[in-house]
Design a protein. Structure first.
Ligand SMILES: [Zn+2]
Length: 501
């Protein structure tokens, strides 16, 4: 049964998030007389009609006459259509997170570890069927060699095979390697995971190093700053927050280009950590920002427990280095991806963070086209390269997946227009501005009504999820965005189990 737009909004208003949007395939949609930013190059196409049928772009051009049954959206020559956005590194996994992301124009998401089983096995399918609103959702299973970060532990080749079977059965898309894997386990993964249809993505592995990891076939590096920990020369002991020499950048870029690896240029993540490093008032500022209203209360309650604010010194030199590194990768044609690590790190709200991230990329010197490419065409290129055989996305052309944003102005002139889309087409399903606003209002209302956990233990458990168990990061200056601050973890562990302190 199809719900009309009006009844869809009514159902949202009556019952919080809709449980049913449309189980049937949506009817065709036609954007008429719109300007298109196809993202296959830094150019625009004016006065186009884009016809969407069965979830893909069926036709694009001038003078196309939409079929009578199509839902027609007239741009009057003034409105713009660009590809939906992709956040390719986050830890969002609830239906509220998915609703917020969709409302902010995100039509593809990659959860990079520790997602709830209900997200991996159920919520993603519900979104794909159109039963609940959200982006198309991918998931990586995080594996490590010790309990330090709380991930699934693999010690032997048999463990690797068991993990690959489980990951396949549960329809994970990627295997995410983590810091403490033993070299022989990493190499077994590198050989066998791709054969099992599970390409390797993830961190630098301390005892392997990114140079050997990329040579062994790891397809994506989960954070640009991973190169600090397992590629660039380490800082001197008396200056642990020093940045590498800029002259080291060329070698790293050459390595990445040689292996055709994708890199998540998560400048915003590192910048947010730098902002709160030794600055407790920064966390307070994040909590008071409007976007914090779209962060689950349990996660929000845990933000002040992160210990970045109690650190000493400044990350400014490392942040500056990362800007130069990202700029150099972009100039060399490295396919950079956008990722935010939302929502566990204070200051990173689902959906909202991606827009902040795009701005940071332009601040680092990328053109708006190159910045937007990290969240559109490069994400499509990454999935096409690692999970071949699917419907292409990330650019607008005939046959591409119908993940599109309608905006008031040209995003290549001002990326901020993407923050408030006039409508989102996700897998061919159309959400107009009123529906998107209603999604945001519903989540904010639900979060507002929910009382934040009163006991610190509850918020710690909620925020840390399985990250909580383990010992403290031995590498003093390794900031692990996927984990949160190690000293916060220590505090949480001692609260939870003083005996293990
Ligand atoms: Zn992460």
């Amino acid at each position: 049964m199809k719900l009309s737009r009006r009844s869809f909004i009514a159902s949202v208003a009556a019952a919080g998030l809709p449980t049913k949007v449309s189980a049937a395939l949506p009817r065709p949609v036609a954007f008429v007389n719109v300007n298109v930013v196809p993202m296959d190059g830094p150019h625009v196409l004016r006065g186009q009609t884009v016809l969407i049928r069965d979830g893909v772009v069926a036709a694009l051009g001038r003078g196309i006459v939409p079929p009578a049954e199509a839902q027609s959206i007239d741009g009057h020559g003034r409105l713009w259509v660009s590809p939906g956005l992709a956040d390719m590194h986050n830890h969002c996994d609830t239906r509220h997170d998915m609703a917020v992301m969709l409302a902010k124009g995100i039509t593809t998401t990659l959860n990079m570890g520790e997602a709830r089983n209900s997200y991996v096995g159920r919520l993603r399918l519900a979104i794909e069927r159109g039963d609940t609103p959200g982006p198309r959702a991918f998931a990586a299973l995080a594996v490590d060699g010790t309990s330090e970060y709380g991930h699934l532990i693999l010690k032997t080749a048999e463990d690797v095979r068991a993990a690959l079977r489980l990951a396949s059965t549960n329809r994970y898309d990627f295997l995410k390697v983590y810091n403490n894997l033993a070299p022989e386990v990493f190499h077994t993964l590198a050989r066998e995971a791709p054969i099992a249809g599970l390409p390797l993505v993830g961190h630098g592995v301390a005892k392997v190093g990114l140079a050997r990891q990329l040579a062994a076939g790891q397809r994506m590096v989960a954070h640009a700053e991973e190169f600090f920990y397992t590629y660039f020369p380490q800082p001197p002991e008396n200056d642990p927050l020093a940045a590498p020499e800029p002259s080291a950048i060329d070698g790293a870029v050459e390595l990445i280009v040689r292996h055709g690896a994708f890199v998540v240029a998560d400048l915003l993540t590192y910048a947010r950590i730098a902002e709160q490093w030794g600055q407790p008032e920064a966390v307070q500022r994040f909590l008071e920002s409007p976007s914090a209203g779209y962060v689950a209360p349990s996660v929000r309650a845990a933000w002040p427990l992160a210990n970045y604010a109690k650190r000493h010194g400044s990350l400014s030199r490392r942040l500056e280095f990362l800007h130069a590194f990202v700029r150099a990768m972009s100039a060399a044609g490295v396919p950079l991806l956008s990722g935010t690590d939302a929502p566990d790190i204070p200051g990173l709200a689902p959906g909202f963070a991606l827009h902040d991230h795009l701005r940071y990329l332009t601040r680092a010197g990328l053109t708006p086209f190159d910045a937007l490419a990290t969240a559109t065409r490069n994400a499509g290129g990454f999935i096409a390269a690692t999970k071949p055989g699917g419907v292409p996305f990330g650019t607008i052309s005939t046959g591409a997946r119908a993940d599109l944003l309608l905006t008031a102005s040209n995003p290549l002139e001002d990326l901020r227009t993407l923050e408030t889309p006039l409508g989102v087409l996700a897998g061919g399903r159309w959400y107009d501005a009123a529906s998107l606003a209603q999604l945001l209002a519903s989540v904010k209302g639900i979060y507002g009504q929910a009382s934040a956990p009163a006991r610190p233990l509850d918020s710690a458990r909620a925020a840390g999820r399985s990250h909580l168990i383990g010992t403290v990061n031995a590498r003093d200056v390794h900031i692990d965005p996927c984990l949160g601050d190690p000293s916060a973890t220590r505090a949480l562990i001692s609260m939870r189990s003083p005996a293990r302190g």
